[in-house]
Design a protein around this ligand. Structure first.
Ligand SMILES: NC(=O)c1ccc[n+]([C@@H]2O[C@H](COP(=O)([O-])OP(=O)(O)OC[C@H]3O[C@@H](n4cnc5c(N)ncnc54)[C@H](O)[C@@H]3O)[C@@H](O)[C@H]2O)c1
Length: 295
């Protein structure tokens, strides 16, 4: 595989494009928004610059990586010649089904179609295509250039050959892939999201403060980051969508999103990407302070 198309240039799409481009793949990055594409290129450049400063890569590796990425708003030109498409558009089932239906029609018959979805069934995504054996989940973690794990999700009909090639491809990116079966939330989010949701309920019930809850989990459980800070990092809208998919899929109380999470998303408090969530990032991501509503 040499030619990779990434659909969606948001938080995850820019990181996935960066990671493939740094390993010398030709990357076509596609988004419906040209502003999102411009922002993604700026983010990739800034992140590469930081790696140069830390002497993790050279100046010429930085320019080669940037030269390996081209951007498109037109899907058909964006997938032309792709060996693999990694879809990282907004976490919305109808949107993803529509994208995969289109991809199935316009991509070469041999192209593997992967989704970076956090929770949506790979089997259901495959069902809208005529190539169910070539549909797979390739769930990168945020921030993609730094995080080692790739959850590789097999739909009911994903072939061994496709699974093996995505496992080896992930290794060639210096990642550690873990193969899992298809179920709402897979492994990572099935375990993580109930914890984040419970942290939000704990805050909503005034059992402790934002910093109190995060500190308990950092110092008490050796988590590198508290659950409320992590939710801001993931995006509160993304957390809500994942919980809704698990709630629909499994039913019961366990995955019911906390009303506070629903309100925050309604009010546009999405975490780092909107400038505020449980913490306020108006003075930069590194200078976070607790958001005014929780002080
Ligand atoms: N944020 C995380 O920490 C995280 C981690 C792992 C996986 N994911 C998953 O990755 C995917 C993307 O999440 P994100 O956080 O990057 O979202 P985001 O909101 O930051 O970005 C989504 C991008 O998709 C674009 N988009 C929407 N419809 C499109 C279409 N039809 N064609 C092309 N582009 C389109 C939007 O313009 C936007 O730029 C979701 O499925 C999410 O569940 C997110």
């Amino acid at each position: 595989m040499k030619n990779i198309t990434v659909i969606g240039a948001g938080t995850m799409g820019n990181g996935i494009a960066h990671t493939f481009a740094q390993k010398n793949f030709n990357v076509k990055l596609v988004d419906i928004s040209s502003e999102a594409l411009e922002k993604a290129l700026k983010t990739i450049e800034k992140n590469l610059e930081r790696m140069v400063k830390k002497e993790k890569i050279t100046e010429s590796q930085k320019s080669n990586t940037l030269a390996n990425i081209s951007t498109y708003t037109d899907l058909e030109s964006g997938v032309d010649g792709a060996d693999l498409v990694v879809e990282a558009a907004t976490e919305n089932k109808d949107l993803k089904l529509k994208i995969f239906q289109q991809l199935d029609q316009i991509c070469d018959l041999n192209t593997i179609l992967a989704s970076n979805t956090s929770s949506i069934s790979i089997t259901e995504i495959a069902s809208v295509t005529n190539r169910a054996e070539k549909i797979i989940g390739m769930h990168f973690m945020n921030p993609v250039p730094l995080m080692k794990l790739v959850e590789v999700i097999r739909g009911k009909q994903t072939s061994d050959q496709v699974t093996n090639s995505i496992m080896s491809l992930s290794k060639s990116l210096n990642k550690i892939p873990v193969e899992v079966n298809d179920a709402p939330g897979f492994v990572a989010n099935r375990i993580l999201m109930p914890m984040i949701n419970e942290a939000i309920y704990t805050l909503n019930e005034k059992i402790s403060s934002v910093e109190g809850i995060d500190t308990v989990m950092i110092l008490g459980m050796s988590h590198p980051m508290g659950p409320l800070h992590l939710a801001d990092f993931i995006g509160l809208d993304v957390c809500l969508s994942i919980l809704e998919v698990m709630h629909d899929g499994f039913g019961g109380e366990k995955y019911t999103p906390c009303p506070l999470l629903i309100d925050m998303v309604k009010n546009g408090h999405l975490g780092i990407k909107s400038g505020a969530g449980f913490y306020d990032y108006s003075e930069g991501v590194r200078n976070k302070k607790v958001s005014a509503q929780f002080v």
